[in-house]
Write a protein that binds this ligand. Sequence first.
Ligand code: UDP
Ligand code: MG
Length: 316
Amino acid sequence: MDLSIVVPLLNEEESIKELYTWIQRVVSPLNWSYEVIFVDDGSTDTSWQVIEAIKKESDQVKGIRFRRNYGKSAGLYVGFEAAQGDVVITMDADLQDSPDEIPELVRLVKEENYDIVSGWKKKRYDPIGKTLPSKLFNRTVRLVSGIKLHDFNCGLKAYKNAVIKNIEVYGEMHRYIPLIAKQAGFNRIGEKVVQHQERKYGVSKFGIERTIKGFLDLLSVTFISKFGKRPMHLFGALGTLMFTVGFLSSLWLGASKLWHVYHNVAARLITDSPYFYIALASMIIGTQLFLAGFLAELVSRNGHERNNYHVSERID
Ligand code: UDP
Ligand code: MG
């Protein structure tokens, strides 16, 4: 199959039919074999009935329905599992992403050999409360990830099939798919400026709390990729460092006290010195960090992913 279009949706009953007709209008003339996978993420409106109705008229449609709402990442995950196309495109169901972009996105992946092409809503039709945090967010992710994308969170993206089969999107990690893919070894990440529309029906499904969650997730993604498989290298190093500092300081405190006593110079009690408490705290924290690293090491050693490497080719 040439193309899979994965559309995660939550309560988008007014948009689905219109979106599907538009996709058909663009893709049908190209004579590709394709499928459109609607993932209903636990909608409480008639979204699923709309999908069923479309399925009756058209063979290219697949529907997956969650019993409850799990979040966009979960929707993408099961959509990716089902996708069979050589190129996989994701788009939002709310008509904010334009299906007109599909042919060019497919061309970039197929002919220019990109692993991922991410949409860039250069001119956005969203309220300022969304665009401003988004700018800050993108700048931070660019800095941390080293991936030069302007719009990480764009719902419209195209992937090589191998990419989506080799990454796992969970929690709210859909914002970091390019980053997760890069960590899995997919380096050709491109960008295309895409048309963006104002939301025509319904309301946005994400509030301002997405910014906070987004930043926390960024910490997790980078931490897991760097130290997920060797936590001791971080915690052990920090722990050893802190313990050593604390230990040497208390050694010095004790030695200077003894020196004072030996030479009959008046000296204050060790417990009167602030350094004593700093040294003590430092040793305790150091030990704790070391233990945390040790426990994390035990946990990751039992993880089923401990030997999960991404082999791209083999010669036998
Ligand atoms: N969505 C989803 N599950 C959720 C939240 C959102 O499948 O829990 C879908 C939603 O229906 C839409 C897409 O994800 O197709 C993007 O959501 P939205 O348009 O609300 O986000 P925004 O445009 O405000 O970033
Ligand atoms: Mg939207």
